[in-house]
Design a protein around this ligand. Structure first.
Ligand code: FES
Ligand SMILES: [Fe+2]
Length: 426
C-alpha cells in the first residue's frame, strides 16, 4: 500500500505509458558508438547549463568551459550589464586557443576588456568583434570585421547561464525548460551567493551517476551508515517513497519528504549535527531569503512533510531545492562512454556569523560523504555492465521512474537524430 497517493493508473510509471514497465537494457551506457551518437544528438542539440550569472559579476568578467561531449571549449563573458555572450574559444587567425592560463586543457576565469591571443596578439572585444590584427596590411583582401569570434547561442534562465551549440535549433531556452522550469521560476536563487563546489572524475557513463541521484530508493541502504543504528533499522524497514514524480518533455521532477529538523529525538542524529544544528538536509534553521510563498513547482502538492524537490533538466543538469532555503546543483559532463566529470555545487544565503558558516559547512561535507557513497558503486556497476554476462536487462521499480525516463529520452534523442540523418536533414 502506497504511503503517498499514486496516479489513477496505479503507478507513476504507468501514468507515462510511453515508458513501459518492462526490464530495461543498459546498452546505452556501455557502447562507444552510442556515446558518439549522444554527442551529436544530445550535447550538440540541447540547452546546456554552464554556470550562473554571479560568476560574471561585471562587464568584462568571463570564464571558459570545456565541453568534451560537444567537442568544444567556449568562453562565456558579460559584454554588457544585461548581456551574457558565449563564443567558441578559438582564435580566428590560426586557431590557437584564445583564452587559457598555464594549461591549455584547463578551465579558467577572470576579467578583461578584450581577449588577446597569445600567439600573434590579435584582439577581440567582449562582443567577439576582432579589434586588432597584428600587421593588418600584410593580409590579403582583409577586413577585421569578417573575423569576429564564432558565437555560441547563450541565454539566461533564473540566473542560470545556458548555451546551445545547434545553430538550427529555434527553441528558446524558456520553452526548452518547459512546465517544470516554469514551476520554479521566481525562486530566489540570486540570494544564495555562498557557494561551495566539488568536482571529480568518475569512471562511469554519465547517465549512471544521474541514475544514482534520480532515485532515493537506494538511500536507506547505501547511505545506511550515515544514520544512528536505531534510525538505520527504522529507515531500511520503511524503505523510500517520493511524494510525487512529474515528467514533462525530457525533464523530470521529484518531490520528496524530508527529515524533521530539529528531530523530535535528538539521539537520532550524530553529536556534531546536534552541536551545529545541521546535517545533510542543511542547517536546521532556514535563513530568510524573502520567500512569502514557494513557486508552484516547489513542493507542488504542498505536503507538510515535504523536504526537497529535485529537478532533472535534460540532459545533464540537476537542481535540488531544500526546505531550509538552500540549493544544490549537479552537472555530469561526459568525457567518454565510460567516464565523466561530476560537479556538485552547494548554494546558501551568506552566513551571518561563524555558527551559521559552520552549519553550512557541515551540510557541505555531509553532501560530499553521501556523494562519495553514491559514486562508489558506479565504477563497479559500469564494469559489470560492460562485462560479458548473460544478464542483459534490468527491472526498474516505480521509484526509479525518473531514470527509466532519462534512458528513454537519451534513446529517443538518438533515434530522432538517426532518422533525421537518414532523411538527409542534419
Ligand atoms: S593564432 Fe591567434 S593571433 Fe595568430
Ligand atoms: Fe544517494
Amino acid at each position: 500500500m502506497a504511503y503517498f497517493e499514486k496516479p489513477a493508473e496505479g503507478s507513476w510509471t504507468q501514468h507515462y505509458p510511453e515508458l513501459g514497465t518492462g526490464p530495461v537494457s543498459y546498452d546505452d551506457s556501455t557502447s562507444p558508438e552510442f556515446y558518439e551518437l549522444e554527442r551529436k544528438a544530445i550535447f550538440r542539440k540541447t540547452w546546456l547549463n554552464v554556470g550562473r550569472v554571479e560568476q560574471l559579476p561585471k562587464v568584462g568578467s568571463y570564464f571558459t568551459k570545456e565541453i568534451d561531449a560537444a567537442g568544444a571549449s567556449i568562453i562565456v563573458a558579460r559584454s554588457a550589464k544585461d548581456k551574457v555572450r558565449a563564443f567558441y574559444n578559438i582564435c580566428r587567425h590560426r586557431g590557437n586557443k584564445l583564452v587559457w592560463d598555464e594549461f591549455p586543457q584547463k578551465e579558467t576565469r577572470g576579467f578583461c576588456r578584450q581577449f588577446t591571443c597569445k600567439y600573434h596578439a590579435w584582439r577581440f572585444n567582449l562582443d567577439g568583434e576582432c579589434t586588432f590584427a597584428q600587421q593588418e596590411a600584410e593580409f590579403f583582401d582583409f577586413d577585421k570585421k569578417d573575423y569576429g569570434l564564432a558565437a555560441v547561442r547563450a541565454d539566461v534562465w533564473e540566473g542560470f547561464i545556458f548555451v546551445n551549440f545547434d545553430p538550427e535549433d529555434t527553441t528558446s531556452l524558456q520553452d526548452y525548460m518547459g512546465g517544470i522550469g516554469k514551476g520554479i521560476e521566481g525562486y530566489p536563487f540570486q540570494e544564495l551567493t555562498q557557494v561551495h563546489k566539488y568536482r571529480s572524475e568518475v569512471g562511469s557513463n554519465w547517465k549512471l551517476f544521474i541514475d544514482a541521484f534520480a532515485e532515493f530508493y537506494h538511500a536507506p541502504i547505501l547511505h545506511g551508515g550515515q544514520y544512528e543504528a536505531e534510525e538505520r533499522a527504522k529507515v531500511s524497514d520503511v524503505g523510500y517513497e517520493a511524494i510525487q514524480y512529474a515528467l514533462d518533455g525530457p525533464h523530470a521532477s521529484i518531490s520528496s519528504w524530508g527529515v524533521i529538523a530539529p528531530p523530535k529525538d535528538l539521539s537520532m542524529v550524530k553529536p556534531i549535527e546536534r552541536k551545529l544544528r545541521s546535517g545533510l538536509f542543511g542547517p536546521w534553521e532556514a535563513p530568510d531569503i524573502g520567500i512569502d510563498e514557494l513557486p508552484p513547482g516547489v513542493n507542488p502538492t504542498r505536503h507538510r512533510n515535504w523536504g526537497i524537490n529535485a529537478y532533472l533538466f535534460f540532459p545533464n543538469f540537476m537542481v535540488l531545492i531544500w526546505k531550509p532555503n538552500w540549493v544544490l546543483t549537479y552537472h555530469y559532463w561526459p568525457t567518454s562512454y565510460n567516464t565523466h566529470i561530476f560537479e556538485g555545487t552547494c548554494y546558501f544565503a551568506p552566513p551571518k556569523n561563524a555558527r551559521e558558516r559552520l552549519a553550512q559547512e557541515l551540510a557541505v561535507v555531509s553532501f560530499k560523504e553521501y556523494g562519495l557513497q553514491d559514486a562508489n558503486t558506479l565504477e563497479a556497476t559500469q564494469r559489470m555492465l560492460e562485462s560479458d554476462t548473460p544478464v542483459k536487462t534490468f527491472p526498474l521499480n516505480d521509484q526509479e521512474v525518473v531514470l527509466r525516463h532519462l534512458h528513454h529520452q537519451a534513446n529517443e534523442y538518438v533515434t530522432r537524430y538517426q532518422q533525421s540523418q537518414a532523411d538527409g536533414r542534419s
